[in-house]
Ligand binder design. Structure first.
Ligand code: SAM
Length: 667
């Protein structure tokens, strides 16, 4: 099977992966699929006893994950994906379903039950195709399947089991092992798709895509209850386009079937969501429209039933750039226009958020929900006309809700935008407004000259992004600290709990700013104390962040990490430091850590890790445009850098929070 042409069928579509599993991301990225990651909020709490066979449980979980994202996106993200992919991997042995272990003892229970035996790994996959209709509703069409792979473990000694558990690897993996890493050492044989065990049955998925996009049979009546896709050369159960609620489920395969590739693109209920936001009513064109195929030279042309040309595809399956072949009378594609409008208006949306945040609109509406525009205007001392425009814009961006011309915060604003919310990003938003906005208004010069525009934007002569803030006014210092503080509070727990750190009793957070990250580490690790090491100008302002520092296991040392001796610790934390440093400073800092640390000492790095092909995430690539003296790196690049200073990477976590993390140990 030629894979790439199948994947290329998805070019230009908004494909969403409803999973944050780094392994699934990697498998799909490796075959060139472009997609957004929107982790599902579906809680994996289905009652397993209700399912006749384990794979049904995995498929149902995958389906619920994908549908939750497909339903949420038009409302919360104000855009409708074309395809949402959900997946769930489980391990079964002796009739038990094993998911991710909750702690080390659970991991031990799971791994010892697998020792010396053959078990099955099932991944259930759901592909949800979303069709926007003219009346702003969205129809969902579901294709689901699963894959089974048999794996046999060697007999595992107690020592080996515990060594593996203590590596931390089992904790986020179904069955408590990762076959692609250290867990591979436990495996005697694999029968079936190896990638299915890693977390995603790529081959089966591509076959399904091929069936969907290459073998659609004509549907004479778009408004009928179902239209049929030809699957596996046979007519499989129908895939619904409109209006039925029956859910034919796959019949269970016989017990003797192994390495199962049972394919069940079963029909599913149609789910409709009223789309918020966009007034656009163009039809996206149903997938199951009839296709006519003509051969013209070596090109096959496809047309849907209302004669709208579909992408041109050569006989070898290559997608041809339509812009080359279109004539001037054709219409621009709806999704192209949407994407461009989103980018053109992005800065207006950012500034609306910054302004509402600065004028404390979200705090006001938290205290006094249900005010109308005139009342809000009076409270924030602004014009009624301007306030009304701002409030309406915020509603369209999903930041506020409007009922009968009165306003209240959306859930998102309540959670992240109030200044006093536990995970408030208020401080960071103000930093974006006051510091990054002026910097980015000189982006053209930054690109032409290749260096930071601090001097132009702030008449600030220092090039150093990290220290720059402290040459400014006390307000600017506090604003910077507030910004760091807010992001550290949002991402801190994820970073502090990313790895098993139980063997480290003392940690030093270098450039630890207000101590917000340090507090998350002491909270997560009761046996650990953390020293925050930062510039004197920062440490002297730490009192502004009371009552955070009532934690007696967090202490502060003032100093310069390029010049002064570093406090001794078992673990050094470097969060959002390295990406801003030029090579020479980076090597000074790493050499000082090497000097201060003993073999076995840990180094926990937290940054945004770029994809290995540098294709994303945009957050990291856009951050690079601030043109600090440092650079953005992928996890592998950071690993190499740290290895050159004697730190060996043990684990990497791509999180779905604002920062990723890597744990290294000094050799
Ligand atoms: C981008 S902030 C990161 C803060 C914190 N690690 C976090 O992730 O929330 C960089 C921090 O490094 C500190 N810093 C910059 N230069 C330093 C130096 N030479 N010595 C010690 N700290 C420094 C800054 O004061 C600031 O708190």
């Amino acid at each position: 099977m030629v894979l790439n042409p199948v994947i290329s069928k998805l070019a230009g579509k908004l494909v969403v992966l409803a999973s944050a599993s780094p392994r699934r991301l990697e498998i799909l990225r490796n075959v060139g699929l472009r997609f957004e990651v929107v982790p599902s909020w579906f809680k994996e709490t289905l009652d397993k006893s209700l399912f006749k066979a384990p794979h049904e449980y995995a498929v149902e979980t995958a389906k619920q994950k994908a549908l939750e994202v497909a339903r949420r996106m038009p409302i919360k993200h104000l855009k409708t994906p074309d395809i949402v992919i959900g997946a769930d991997t489980i391990v079964t042995v002796d009739g038990m379903i094993l998911e991710k272990p909750v702690d080390k003892h659970d991991a031990y229970r799971m791994l010892s039950s697998l020792s010396g035996k053959e078990h099955s790994v099932y991944t259930g996959v759901a592909i949800v195709l979303c069709h926007e209709k003219e009346n702003e509703e969205v129809d969902y069409q579901l294709i689901e399947f699963y894959e089974e792979t048999k794996v046999k473990f060697a007999d595992l000694s107690e020592d080996m089991l515990w060594e593996y558990i203590n590596s931390g690897e089992p904790m986020d993996k179904a069955g408590g092992y990762g076959i692609q890493a250290l867990g591979g050492m436990l495996v005697e044989y694999v029968h079936g798709d190896f990638l299915n065990v890693v977390g995603f049955p790529l081959n089966h998925f591509c076959k399904q895509l091929s069936l969907i996009y290459n073998h659609c049979t004509p549907s004479s009546d778009k408004e009928s209850d179902s239209a049929h896709l030809s699957l596996n050369g046979t007519h499989a159960p129908s895939v619904l386009v409109h209006g039925s609620s029956s859910v034919p489920r796959p019949s269970s395969p016989s017990a003797s079937q192994t390495n199962q590739t049972y394919s069940s693109p079963s029909a599913s209920p149609v789910h409709k969501v009223k789309r918020k936001g966009s007034k656009s009513s163009q039809s996206s064109g149903a997938l199951v429209n009839s296709l006519s195929k003509h051969t013209d030279g070596n090109e096959a042309k496809l047309q849907d039933s209302d004669n709208t040309p579909l992408p041109l595809i050569t006989n070898s399956g290559q997608l041809i750039d339509r812009s080359v072949t279109e004539n001037e009378d054709s219409q621009p594609k709806k999704e192209d226009l949407e994407r461009i409008s989103e980018l053109l208006d992005g800065f207006k949306a950012s500034k609306a958020l910054f302004t509402a945040s600065k004028l404390c609109v979200f705090d006001l509406l938290h205290r006094m929900p249900g005010l109308d525009a005139a009342q809000v205007a009076q409270e924030i001392k602004a014009s009624v006309k301007g306030t009304e425009c701002l409030l309406e814009a915020c509603v369209s961006l999903g930041l506020l809700k409007c009922k009968e011309r009165t306003y209240e915060n959306s859930d998102l604003a309540t959670r992240l935008l109030r200044a006093d919310a536990c995970f408030s990003l208020h401080g960071y938003i103000q930093h974006c407004n006051e510091t990054l906005w002026p910097l980015f208004s000189h982006l053209e010069s930054a690109v032409q000259e290749g260096h930071s525009q601090r001097e132009r934007a702030f008449s600030n002569r220092t090039k150093d992004m990290l220290q720059g803030a402290f040459h400014n006014s006390p307000e600017a210092k506090l604003r910077f600290m507030n910004a760091m503080h807010s992001v550290a509070k949002v991402a801190g727990k994820t970073i502090a709990t990313a790895f098993d750190l139980s063997r480290f009793k003392t940690a030093c957070d270098l450039g630890g700013c207000t101590g917000a990250m340090a507090c998350e580490f002491t909270k997560a690790h009761p046996g650990m104390s953390v020293t925050v090491f930062d510039l004197p100008a920062v440490v002297e302002l730490k009192e502004h962040f009371q009552p955070l520092h009532t934690d007696s296991r967090v202490s502060f040392v003032a100093g310069d990490f390029f010049q002064d001796e570093l406090p001794k610790a078992d673990l050094y934390i470097l969060a959002r430091i390295l990406h801003d440093l030029p090579d020479e400073k980076l090597h000074i800092l790493l050499s000082k850590i090497v000097e201060a640390s003993k073999p076995g000492c840990g180094l926990l790095l937290s940054e945004i890790f770029l994809d290995e092909d540098r294709g994303g995430p945009s957050r990291g690539l856009l951050q690079a445009l601030s043109m600090s003296e440092g650079k953005q790196r992928s996890a592998t690049e950071y690993s190499r850098l740290l290895k050159s200073h004697g730190f060996i990477t043990k684990q990497i976590r791509h999180t779905d929070n604002l920062l990723d993390a890597m744990l290294c140990i000094k050799a």
